[in-house]
Ligand binder design. Structure first.
Ligand SMILES: [Zn+2]
Length: 418
C-alpha cells in the first residue's frame, strides 16, 4: 500500500513537472511566430494557439490533482472497501446472494460516482475553454443526449462482459486464457459493428458529395489499389470545429470518413495528401500492429488479474475483507494505470515512428508541399501550439511536433524524385 501511495505521488509530481515545463515553454514562445512558420502563420493565430494550449494545460493540472485524490480515496483510502461492505451488508443481503448480481450492483454504484466526479472537467472544458476559443458547437441538449447514449451503450456492452468475467472467475479453474479469448473476440466484434451501429448513434454520415475533391480522392485510392466500401462525410461540426479524417471497418467493408470541418478548409489536393498519409498507415500495417500490441497487453493484463485475484495480501492492503471477483476487477483497473504510465514514452515513440513512415509515403503518393499546407491549416484551425516543450512532446506526443514534422516533409520535397 505504501508502495502504491508513493507511486501515485511520484506519477502525479512527474505529470505536474512535465505540464509546468510545457507551460513555461509555450509562454516564453508566445510573442513571436517561430521562424520556420513565419510565412505561413499569422501572429494572431499563433497567439490564439499559445493561449488555448495554456488554458488547457492549466485546467488539466487542476483536475489532475482532483483525479489523484479520488484515486487515493478509492484505493488506499478504503473507499472501494466501504462501498463493497455497504452493498454487501445493506443492499445486497436482503435481495440475494448471487455474486454476479452483487458485482453488477458494485460496478454500477462505482461507475455512477466516477461519472459524477468526471463531469465537472468535461463541462468546464466543453462550455468554458472550447467555447472561449470558438471551437465549441455542442449545445447543452447534445451534451446531455451524448452522455445518456454513452451510459446506455456502456451498460449494454459492459455489463454482460463484466458478468461473464465474474462467472468465469468463479466457475472456471484456469480461467484467464478463456476470459482473454472471449474479451478479444468481443473487442473485434465491436470494431466490426462500430461504423454500422455505434457511430451513427452520435453522428450523421452522408455519402461524400460529387466534385473535384471526390474525384481526386477516388483517383488516389485507385492508384494505390485501396479497397473501400464508401466515402462518407461526418457532421463533426455539430460538436466542434476541430477537423480530422479516418477509416473504419475491415477490408472491403472499409469506410473512409472525412469530418465536414476538414473538407471545408482544405483544397482537393490537400485532402488527397492527408488521405495518402492515412492510406500509408494501412499499407504499412500500422493499424494491425497497434491492434496486436493491444491484444498482447490485454493478455498480460488478464494473466496479472488472474495472479492477483487469489492473492489475499492484495485485498487486505486496500482494506477489502471479502475477496470477490467484482472487487478485484475494479481495484485492478485502478491500480494498473500508474504502473503502466511510465511506458507512455515508449508507445509515443512507436507512434511517432509510424507517423514519419506515413508522411514519407504521402510525400511520394501525393505531394509533400500539399501535406505541409494541409498540416499548417490544421494546426491553425485546431490552435495547436507550434512550440511544445521537447521533453513533454517526447513523453506524450503521438505525432512529431509541428516543427519536426514540417522540417521532415520539407527535406522530402526538396529531394529530387528521380
Ligand atoms: Zn498518422
Amino acid at each position: 500500500m505504501t508502495l502504491f501511495l508513493s507511486l501515485l505521488i511520484i506519477v502525479f509530481l512527474f505529470k505536474l513537472w512535465l505540464s509546468l515545463r510545457n507551460t513555461n515553454c509555450v509562454e516564453s514562445n508566445r510573442a513571436e511566430v517561430p521562424k520556420a512558420f513565419a510565412e505561413r502563420f499569422a501572429v494572431a493565430d499563433h497567439h490564439k494557439a499559445q493561449d488555448y494550449s495554456l488554458a488547457k494545460l492549466r485546467s488539466r493540472r487542476l483536475f489532475m490533482g482532483f483525479e489523484t485524490l479520488v484515486l487515493m480515496f478509492w484505493t488506499v483510502g478504503g473507499g472501494l472497501a466501504l462501498l463493497d461492505e455497504n452493498i454487501r451488508t445493506h443492499l445486497f443481503a436482503t435481495v440475494s446472494s448471487n455474486e454476479i448480481l452483487f458485482g453488477i450492483y458494485l460496478a454500477l454504484c462505482f461507475s455512477a460516482v466516477n461519472f459524477l466526479l468526471d463531469l465537472p472537467e468535461e463541462i468546464y472544458t466543453t462550455f468554458s475553454i472550447e467555447k472561449r476559443f470558438g471551437f465549441n458547437r455542442t449545445t447543452i441538449k447534445t451534451f446531455i443526449s451524448d452522455h445518456l447514449k454513452g451510459i446506455i451503450l456502456g451498460m449494454v456492452i459492459g455489463l454482460p462482459l463484466f458478468s461473464f468475467l465474474i462467472w468465469a472467475m468463479l466457475k472456471v479453474p484456469y480461467w484467464w486464457p478463456w476470459a482473454f479469448a472471449t474479451l478479444t473476440l468481443f473487442q473485434l466484434f465491436l470494431m466490426w459493428i462500430y461504423p454500422m451501429l455505434i457511430a451513427p448513434l452520435f453522428n450523421k454520415f452522408t455519402p461524400m458529395p460529387e466534385g473535384p475533391t471526390k474525384e481526386a480522392v477516388k483517383k488516389l485510392l485507385s492508384e494505390n489499389h485501396f479497397p473501400y466500401q464508401g466515402l462518407y462525410v461526418m457532421d463533426a461540426s455539430r460538436r466542434s470545429t476541430h477537423g480530422n479524417a479516418y477509416f473504419t471497418g475491415f477490408g472491403k467493408s472499409r469506410r473512409i470518413v472525412f469530418y465536414d470541418t476538414l473538407l471545408e478548409s482544405l483544397t482537393p489536393s490537400e485532402v488527397v495528401a492527408v488521405l495518402a498519409h492515412e492510406i500509408a498507415h494501412f499499407k504499412y500495417k500500422h493499424i494491425l500492429k497497434s491492434l496486436l500490441i493491444s491484444i498482447i497487453s490485454s493478455a498480460l493484463g488478464m494473466w496479472l488479474l488472474w495472479k492477483v485475484s487469489t492473492w489475499s495480501a492484495f485485498y487486505h492492503s486496500f482494506h477489502i475483507t471479502v475477496e470477490s471477483p467484482a472487487v478485484v476487477i475494479l481495484l485492478f483497473s485502478m491500480i494498473i494505470p500508474p504502473f503502466t504510465f511510465f511506458l507512455t514514452p515508449l508507445f509515443s515513440w512507436y507512434s511517432r515512428k509510424n507517423e514519419y513512415e506515413a508522411d514519407r509515403f504521402a510525400a511520394t503518393a501525393a505531394r509533400a508541399e500539399d501535406l505541409i499546407s494541409a498540416l499548417v491549416k490544421m494546426y491553425r484551425d485546431n490552435a495547436s501550439t507550434l512550440t511544445p516543450d521537447s521533453l513533454y512532446a517526447l513523453f506524450y506526443y503521438s505525432h512529431p511536433t509541428a516543427m519536426d514534422r514540417i522540417a521532415f516533409l520539407q527535406s522530402l520535397s526538396s529531394r529530387p524524385k528521380y
